[in-house]
Design a protein around this ligand. Structure first.
Ligand SMILES: *Cc1c(COP(=O)(O)O)cnc(C)c1O
Length: 458
């Protein structure tokens, strides 16, 4: 394979050695972990693709910023740097730091939602929906139908279906919709982007009815890169210009800094409305801390502010998205079934098509993740029937998508690592007929995927 790619736009100043292991050691480790990759120790893992959350490598500039943390209880200089970054890059007037994205979701849900309200969104995210529901709202998925089809090649699979939005407004009334939650990109659809045109149209329709639009901005930079690549009229615009225009269609945003802000911890709520901001500052003191630190150390706010400026660098984000795509394209070329198009932060293996001989209640994606670890030391995550849990009657949910997620941390691994991963998946694909299903031998009552244990079937 002789593919041309853009080499890493950074050089390595500090290294963290990773543990090498033998197949024998890994066979023992995955057995001990009950065939659940969440139960492996990180030191048993060679290439860790469990998540892109909080796993980014910081730059020398961010580490330098951590040395000038101003740990004053109130009015830390690092807060003002963060506020400046949010104003300059995203264009919001007010910012409330939080310990991570879900802290911002909690505050936004509590200040904006009344019991009985509806919050429409482009597919759900676990913590986002949980906070909306705890505040008394009903969530409605209004993403376009293509998002639910792993083979659809729609370039903006994260788009909102305006007809579904209009239908909800007609059904429940605009006064029961405090805001639309628009995620850029859509994590659970596979890191799929939203087009600028769709953001503009959603904002127009919402404004007509006095409904606010709140972005889940977690992967907004990856989304901006897809717009530059794919949307008519944006090829010559900078990532900064695109990001600024995107947020001009929002009234506010929640941010998990652990993703596109290139830090290991942190987040914020950004708003334009002064009254909502006042309410947010009243709540942040109860749940997070003073409005000028919100659960973060001064040094963490400094690292996040600096990470935000680095994230809008064209070569950084081009390398980031293309590295993920490289892995996906190598798998497609070898005939391995994956979700298309390849998203911004992860490649998803279609376990149902990979292991068609294993029925869904024998946990094909769970076994695929376990086997991938066993042959290569690569850690991935099940996103299928185990993650979906059980319904109120105690039966398994049988989700349409039975996937294994290979999530790429930012600035951590090289193309050589991507080749190791691709080679391992392709090798496993050749051996697929010999892979058996699993039976669950321990099942916790909630969020079972974190701690459930399995044994292979004969
Ligand atoms: C990670 C994530 C969140 C929550 O952020 P945390 O920092 O993990 O609390 C919200 N939305 C999306 C789309 C995410 O990926």
């Amino acid at each position: 394979m002789n593919r041309k790619y853009m080499a890493e736009p950074y050089k390595i100043k500090v290294v963290e050695p990773i543990a090498m292991s033998t197949q024998e050691e890994r066979t023992a480790a995955i057995k001990r972990a009950g065939y659940n990759t969440f139960l492996l120790k990180s030191k048993e893992v060679y290439i860790d693709l469990l998540t892109d959350s909080g796993t980014s490598a910081m730059s020398d500039n961010q580490w330098a910023g951590m040395q000038i943390g101003d740990e004053a209880y109130a009015g830390s200089i690092n807060f003002y740097h963060l506020e400046e970054a949010v104003r300059e890059l995203y264009g919001f007037k007010y910012v409330v730091p939080t310990h991570q994205g879900r802290g911002a979701e909690n505050i936004l849900s509590k200040i904006a939602i009344k019991p009985g309200d509806y919050v429409p969104g482009n597919m759900y995210f676990t913590t986002t929906r949980a906070h909306q529901e705890m505040a008394g709202a009903t969530f409605r998925d209004i993403i376009i139908d293509e998002a639910h089809d792993p083979q659809s090649e729609h370039p903006f699979k994260g788009n909102i279906d305006l007809n579904k939005l209009q239908a909800l407004i007609d059904e429940v009334g605009a006064e029961r919709i405090p805001y639309i939650c628009l995620a850029v990109t859509v994590n659970l659809a596979g890191g799929q982007p939203v087009s600028m045109q769709n953001m503009r149209e959603v904002k127009q329709l919402a404004s007509k009815y006095g409904i606010k639009v709140m972005f889940d901005a977690t992967r907004c930079i990856e989304n901006a890169f897809f717009i530059k690549e794919r949307e008519e009229g944006y090829q010559d615009k900078s990532i900064r210009e695109i990001v600024k225009e995107m947020f001009s269609y929002a009234d506010g945003a929640t941010m998990s800094g652990k993703k596109d802000c290139l830090v290991n911890i942190g987040g914020f709520l950004a708003l334009n409305d002064e009254e909502l901001y006042q309410k947010a500052t009243q709540l942040v003191v109860v749940y997070e801390g003073m409005p000028s630190y919100g659960g973060l150390a001064g040094r963490d706010m400094e690292a996040m502010a600096r990470g935000m400026y680095e994230s809008v660098d064209y070569y950084y984000i081009k390398h980031r998205v293309e590295q993920v795509r490289y892995l996906g394209e190598r798998l497609i070329e070898a005939g391995v079934p994956i979700v298309k198009p390849i998203g911004g932060h992860a490649v998803f293996l279609d376990a149902r098509a990979f292991l068609p001989h294993i029925p869904q209640d024998q946990f094909p994606a769970q076994m695929l993740a376990a086997k991938l670890y066993e042959i290569s030391g690569v850690r991935s995550m099940e996103r299928g029937i185990v993650s979906a849990g059980r319904n109120k009657e105690g039966q398994h949910h049988f989700p349409k998508l039975e996937l294994v997620r290979l999530t790429i941390p930012r600035r951590v691994y090289t193309y050589a690592h991507m080749d190791v991963v691709a080679d391992a998946v392709i090798e496993l694909y050749k051996q697929r007929d010999s892979i058996p299903g699993l039976k669950m031998v321990y099942e916790p009552p909630v969020l079972r995927f974190f701690t459930a244990r399995f044994e292979p079937l004969k």
